[in-house]
Design a protein around this ligand. Sequence first.
Ligand code: URA
Length: 438
Amino acid sequence: FLPQEFIVKKRDKQALTIDEIQQFVQGITDGSVADSQISAFAMAVFFNDLTLDENVGLTMAMRDSGRRMRWDDLQLPGPVLDKHSTGGVGDVVSLMLGPMIAACGGFVPMISGRGLGHTGGTLDKLSAIPGYDPFPTADNFRRIVKEVGVSIIGQTNDLAPADRRFYATRDVTGTVESIALITASILSKKLAAGLDVLVMDVKTGSGAFMPTFELSKALAERIVRVGNGAGVKTSALVTDMNQSLATCAGNAIETAEAVRYLTGEVRSDRLHEVTMALCAEMLIAGGLASDTADAEARLQQALDSGRAAEIFGRMVATMGGPSDFIEHYGKYFEPAPLVRPVFAPQAGFVTGTDTRGLGMAVCALGGGRRQAADVLDYRVGLTELVELGQKVDSQTPLAVVHAATEDGFEEARRRVLQAVGIGAAPVARPTQVHCILR
Ligand code: URA
């Protein structure tokens, strides 16, 4: 097998065989394929795409490049389900969704990521909880999923190792934005977790990774086809990321919001709508609910009974966090030294938000990474974010900034003012769930 011949084939738009794809991925994993060859292949795929069969083959080969989890030996009394989001700002859904699904009889082994660019990461939000250890042993992870119903952890090196090398090469060769490669990258990691059902949340809008609705939808369609082709029941919701999903963004800030959501203290409309839609899709796909109305009733019951909150609390405690986190989360989160509003510069209506810009404001405060090795400040972020269509005047905060320093505040203030557009005429609120693909 010569990698250069494989690359030439894709360059010349010829079909790749599954066997060739497997050998190439094997070479990525064992180091026998060079970085230059990975990048040439990635660029050939960027321009010439993959057929569905090739995309399924690549995904499965990457999935099999490391350890594959299995759950059948545990004889769980319910399906193994997960959700994955392409990333956004104020997207704290996973923290609520996992316990809500567990409360409805599902089992959720969620392997989450760190923040990437302007987007937040579930792993960073949970790491804000003192003592929470997102890297349990594989046996402990399985035990927690079985006993609690949900465990949210970080990605370990033995899961889809081919993707790590492939992604690192794409990242520095202008080949991240290929629908075929994004699909294989995301699904290889999710499929290695041994799921029965995967629901994807593909974001669209100014804070999404995909720049247009058409591309978001195309990515969602590809993920659904490849996921199902690889043997996991997969569906996708395209949801709105033209503003922060929660009315706040930041690590500890969002984790506190998740607790308030679960206990019913505060449940903001947009966050609730998207969380319920994703959860309902999971319950239906997993055979735990007959239709949307049935699913919503079960989820509401999981919230109202306090069961979902209790499960979140148990997960946190089992993973090394405080045993009274749900009741006393406030005492575990140190406030930022400086908490100060940024007022609207003029009266009018919020006509648009550069959501990426808001995410970058959180990064600039120290809540996201500029470089992989950066240490996060969990305290910082934005709260009381204005919503699209909201009427504002010079007394209305566009956001309240939680900063570590005066300089941090000034930088965030500048970015918030730049990110929030104010006009004279009201605009319609965007739909939250644009479409569901199955
Ligand atoms: N996230 C991933 O995990 N992989 C990609 O290729 C893009 C986003």
